[in-house]
Ligand binder design. Structure first.
Ligand code: ZN
Length: 153
């Protein structure tokens, strides 16, 4: 079964799996998540299934810093609550500082996924799902792009 035949998932599953927001089938990224920064962040220029461009204007992914920050805050809160429920927190010992160290390591380890997820969420807010993507062409963004400035940040 190729990408075109697989049923499209929900908004959340497509976004969490880093799929194209327009068809919810094609992969946004060329490679699997990796600790190699360049390899991890290489995106397909267009969705391999529906042809949706993944960069829709110059500097499109600048805003992902806000998304990544939000995701990191959510992860910190979840890890704090998890720590509090399992190990506990107290002012009489250093358990809070152990959590700080644990949380720091956790965030560093999750960084490749956080960066990809924030791009996936970001593009999903600007490109809407088209259930009839086979009949329509993606919006032409060529005049919003500048090849000289691509990836120039
Ligand atoms: Zn697509």
């Amino acid at each position: 079964m190729n990408d075109e035949q697989t049923p499209s998932g929900s908004y959340l599953s497509a976004t969490l799996l880093c799929k194209c927001p327009r068809c919810r089938r094609g992969k946004l990224f060329k490679n699997r998540a990796s600790i190699n920064f360049k390899k991890n962040m290489q995106m397909n220029v267009d969705c391999p299934v529906c042809g949706q461009p993944t960069e829709i204007e110059v500097g499109f992914y600048y805003g992902t810093g806000y998304v990544s920050y939000g995701l990191a805050v959510v992860i910190c809160m979840m890890s704090l609550v998890g720590w509090w429920l399992t190990i506990g927190l107290s002012v009489d010992d250093n358990r809070f500082f152990y959590w700080l160290a644990f949380n720091g390591v956790l965030l560093v380890c999750l960084q490749p996924w956080l960066m990809r997820l924030s791009r996936s969420f970001w593009i999903s807010w600007f490109v809407s799902y088209d259930p009839h993507w086979k009949q329509h062409k993606p919006v032409d963004v060529s005049e919003r792009l500048n090849a000289d400035q691509a990836n120039n940040w």
